[in-house]
Design a protein around this ligand. Structure first.
Ligand code: FES
Ligand code: FES
Length: 156
């Protein structure tokens, strides 16, 4: 398989990567760049565990080809903290007990962070809509939703 050289900004750092044309963004993140916070739950766009920000929008990174990310800006869960300080939604999800096995958590955090960036005071319905693509087998969602509400209260 031919390799393609691409450049992207990942969590604020410029990266150059040689990737096979059939690799996904998720594969490139985990296998080439060793950024493993982003999880692979289903590889088919169903679970949201692989959610990252691509040019500011949450996407399932298992459904995006790496070569499509040439020139793009990508943010993973590792990029949410600012100088070692957790983002409000990261702090809130810990305090609310919204993490159990943690497998869904990176994707949930990215979707919640994107919501709060575009809508700092979401309603409960808007929070549910924003998280509809992030499946969680453990928490029943209640504590996750409470965490997003708490993070919104910190931000406003
Ligand atoms: S691993 Fe991408 S949506 Fe499940
Ligand atoms: S905390 Fe286990 S899947 Fe969400």
């Amino acid at each position: 398989m031919a390799l393609h050289r691409i450049s992207l900004t990942l969590n604020g750092e410029l990266e150059q990567v040689d990737v096979p044309s059939n690799w996904t963004l998720l594969q490139m993140l985990r296998q080439t760049l060793a950024v493993t916070g982003t999880k692979n739950g289903c590889s088919s766009g169903e679970c949201g565990a692989c959610t990252v920000l691509l040019n500011g929008e949450p996407v399932n990174s298992c459904m995006v080809l790496a070569v499509e990310c040439d020139g793009a800006e990508v943010v993973t869960v590792e990029g949410l903290a600012d100088d070692g300080r957790l983002a409000p939604v990261q702090q809130a999800i810990m305090e609310a007990g919204g993490v159990q096995c943690g497998f869904c958590t990176p994707g949930v955090l990215i979707s919640a962070h994107a919501l709060l960036e575009r809508n700092p005071s979401p309603t409960e319905g808007e929070i549910k809509d924003a998280l509809v693509g992030n499946l969680c087998r453990c928490t029943g969602y209640f504590r996750i939703i409470e965490a997003v509400k708490a993070a919104a209260a910190i931000k406003v």
